[in-house]
Design a protein around this ligand. Structure first.
Ligand code: GLA
Length: 394
């Protein structure tokens, strides 16, 4: 077997298996099938909840939802991956905390739509996903967005992809109880094939920027370390609170309002424990801006050092890297990768590696070998290219 798996060609995946399982489970044909992808973020980590910038791409791995409306106000959920029988809920009784399994994500979307005042009802949903869970690739956002897009179509809500992303984020914040920003949901909802998504969170704006590593003889690899450290959950909220506190102490609406040249002054005003957090956010926003200008000029290779600088900042200032992600980054760079960084929330998950085509296999072999030597479980390596965002596919 190759060290690096070939790109997942899930975009061409047949919908028939999900339609068939839907029919077997729910005894009727679905009204449609919707798809929403996972993501990797090229640069701009932990900037979304600071009103800043990010630059994710959608990956080919995605979640499918086959769906059919119900007239009796019941929400019935079945998943190819989730354990257990069909989850059967009354839409009218959905309140935060009521669902604690994977069903909280789809139920949260239905709850968030009602909270926002949209007239919907029940549905039967069958879910099947190729986005690995716990890998930092936004399997939750993919699930939320697939359900949001299905509901939007089924109930004729006419919401934009960005509005559906906000509904999906509301589901995760208010129903599931995770205080995430909106980057993952925006990526899943708004990305386009062959493009990165430049997000300006404060402006509520997004634009597509061409990202075609293949055209420059480059590859973007994802290394799923298969590590998820438990401290991740509470730590994310603590980091977010630290950033918000720093902004308050500086008299700013958000850390977005701080420029790199303001850092020395901010450093004098803030408690020492907050200074590295602020430095990460400010320098990371600048890295997004720099990366976007390179992409606009067609210089994908120039992203390499920016990506690696982003990792150093997450490791040294934000302190959310771990031994496994650092080992991938160091090994990849030692073996000729142009850039590497952990992507997503941190404390494990996945690393992206930008590498010349002819070095990709050697880098993959070196990373796998380094993991074996360190006694870590075997990582999963695969190549990705920018995939389309959420959409109806049947
Ligand atoms: C998680 C969150 C996002 C974002 C990233 C870090 O993926 O869901 O909103 O904050 O972490 O960039």
């Amino acid at each position: 077997m190759n060290a690096v798996d070939a790109p997942d060609n899930a975009q061409g995946r047949s919908v028939r298996p999900v339609e068939e399982v839907f029919r077997r489970v729910f005894g009727a044909h679905p009204e449609g099938v919707w798809a929403a992808p996972g993501r990797v973020n090229l640069i701009g980590e932990h900037t979304d909840y600071n009103d800043g910038f990010a630059l994710p791409i959608a990956i080919p791995q995605h979640t499918l939802v086959a769906a059919k409306r119900r007239r009796d106000g019941r929400l019935r959920l079945h998943s190819e991956q989730g354990e257990g029988p069909v989850i059967d809920l009354a839409v009218a009784d959905l309140v935060p905390g009521a669902v604690t399994t994977w069903g909280a994500y789809p139920a949260g979307v239905v709850w968030a739509l009602r909270e926002a005042g949209y007239e919907t009802g029940g549905a039967d949903l069958h879910i099947d996903s190729t986005v690995p869970t716990g890998a930092g690739l936004s399997s939750s956002a993919a699930l939320e967005c697939a359900v949001a897009f299905a509901y939007d179509d089924l109930y004729g809500l006419g919401l934009t992809p960005a509005a559906l992303a906000l509904i999906a984020q509301r589901a995760e914040n208010g129903f599931v109880g995770v205080p995430c920003g909106v980057m993952d949901q925006m990526a899943s909802a708004c990305c386009a094939e062959g493009q990165a998504l430049h997000l300006d969170i404060r402006a509520g704006a997004h634009e597509h920027v061409p990202f075609a590593p293949g055209a420059e003889g480059l590859r973007l690899l994802v290394v799923d370390t298969r590590v998820k450290h438990d401290l991740g959950d509470g730590a994310y909220a603590a980091l977010r609170a630290g950033c918000e506190r720093a902004a308050r102490l500086l008299g700013l609406a958000a850390l977005r309002d701080l420029a790199p040249e303001d850092l020395p002054r901010a450093g004098r005003l803030l408690p020492a424990s907050l200074v590295p957090l602020v430095r990460h956010v400010v320098t990371e926003n600048a890295r997004v801006t720099e990366a976007v200008s390179h992409l606009r000029a067609g210089r994908v290779a120039a992203l390499g050092p920016i990506i690696s600088a982003g990792h150093a900042s997450l490791r040294d200032d934000y302190a959310i890297s771990c031994a496994e992600t650092d080992l991938v980054v160091d090994t990849a760079l030692e073996h000729g990768a142009l850039g590497a960084r952990m992507t997503g929330g941190g404390f494990g998950g996945s690393v992206i590696v930008l590498v010349a085509e002819e070095r990709a296999s050697a880098v993959g072999t070196a990373v796998t070998g380094a993991f074996r030597t360190a006694g870590y479980q075997e990582p999963h390596l695969f190549e990705v290219s920018p995939a389309p965002g959420a959409r109806r596919i049947a």
